[in-house]
Ligand binder design. Structure first.
Ligand SMILES: NC(=O)c1ccc[n+]([C@@H]2O[C@H](COP(=O)([O-])OP(=O)(O)OC[C@H]3O[C@@H](n4cnc5c(N)ncnc54)[C@H](OP(=O)(O)O)[C@@H]3O)[C@@H](O)[C@H]2O)c1
Length: 316
């Protein structure tokens, strides 16, 4: 199948807030529409589980694949490690981290739950500065060399740490990170504002990130929470406080204007703005029903006329 759709399906809530049956429906529709990129993490969704353990999302995807023989080769599984709570204490202090042993154990668990023998993209979910970059880098490289993992990505890492880790990989002849996953949408947060509800100080896409990805030639950028949990269109989803600044009002006004001119929804303009920009960004949408998915699929397929994109860019 040609990989033309630049939209990843976020499975974070599958098996917890999104029941298995609905998750199967969403996965089926996404793949039928030509989607190939499925994003999860070994820790999803520990915060929604009374036992505080993740794994539900990977299990649902594994079960879905098991019931659809032949489909594994049509999708690319992307999962993350490093943030799963293990042992006593509170998160994030009790997360598994990025030691060689933690990486080995985490990947074994993910492969088992996903019922596959390989991961197409493995992300380090957040940094672990207690472990030398060399140890993490070598453990990740061994997974690629063994064929268990196809490529590596970094999520929520400080940019200088990503570049340093890639330098370590280059020096040692190891495969390094070729993908970044960060929070990004059409409206931008105030500089210095923390990522809402998470311990990801460096979780935002900044101008520095866009410049790094555009100049690199190898790195790709995936954006999480691109629809701000529905805040562009829903009164019950206020924008997080981090977006409280005058530029947001100007962007929201321009978004409404462009959506009206094109006769599409604001969510669709946001997704089209992300996928068709420079650098092209892969939005990861979290959906809980087929209508939301259909809206997102149409948004990812929308090509913004240049003049409208320029107006969207200029509103700040
Ligand atoms: N790397 C990381 O640290 C990280 C962090 C967060 C997320 N992620 C990834 O990114 C994916 C998406 O993140 P997200 O779920 O936070 O972001 P999102 O896509 O911005 O928000 C998803 C929620 O927005 C609402 N929504 C979606 N489409 C809508 C539509 N068309 N109209 C109205 N409301 C709509 C739904 O809420 P209801 O279900 O309540 O209707 C849905 O659950 C996750 O599944 C995960 O794979 C990664």
């Amino acid at each position: 199948m040609a990989e033309t759709m630049n939209l990843a399906l976020g499975a974070m809530r599958f098996g917890s807030q999104v029941p298995e049956r609905t998750a199967f429906e969403l996965l089926d529709r996404y793949v039928d529409a030509g989607g190939t990129l499925i994003d999860t993490a070994n820790c999803y969704a520990f915060w929604a589980d009374p036992d505080g353990a993740g794994g539900h999302s990977e299990r649902v995807i594994g079960e879905w694949l098991a019931r659809r023989p032949g489909l594994r080769d049509r999708v690319r599984l992307s999962t993350k490690l490093g943030a799963q709570p293990v042992g006593p204490g509170t998160w994030p202090d009790n997360r598994e981290g990025l030691s060689a042993q933690a990486i080995k154990t985490a990947v074994e668990g993910s492969l088992q739950r996903l019922r596959t023998d390989r991961l197409d993209l493995l992300w380090t979910h957040m940094e672990d500065r207690s472990v030398p970059l060399e140890e993490t880098g070598q453990a990740l490289a061994e997974l690629v060399t063994s064929g268990a993992v196809d490529r590596l990505g970094a999520s929520n890492h400080a940019l200088w740490r990503v570049e340093r880790a890639r330098g370590v990989a280059r020096t040692n002849g190891w495969p390094g990170y070729t993908a970044l996953q960060l929070r990004h949408s059409y409206v931008s947060p105030r500089p210095g504002a923390p990522v809402p509800d998470q311990s990801h100080r460096f979780g935002w896409v900044t101008d520095d990130v866009l410049d790094y990805v555009s100049s690199d030639g190898e790195l790709v950028l995936w954006a999480y929470t691109p629809l701000l949990n529905g805040a562009y269109t829903r009164d019950d989803r206020p924008l997080p406080e981090a977006y409280d600044h005058p530029g947001t009002a100007r962007r929201l006004a321009m978004l409404a204007e462009v959506a009206d001119e094109l006769g599409v929804t604001r969510n669709q303009v946001v997704l089209a703005w992300l996928t068709g920009g420079v650098p092209a960004v892969t939005p990861i949408v979290g959906v809980s029903g087929v209508a939301q998915l259909e809206e997102a699929l149409a948004g990812a397929a929308l090509v913004l006329p240049e003049a409208l994109r320029a107006r969207l860019d200029a509103a700040a």
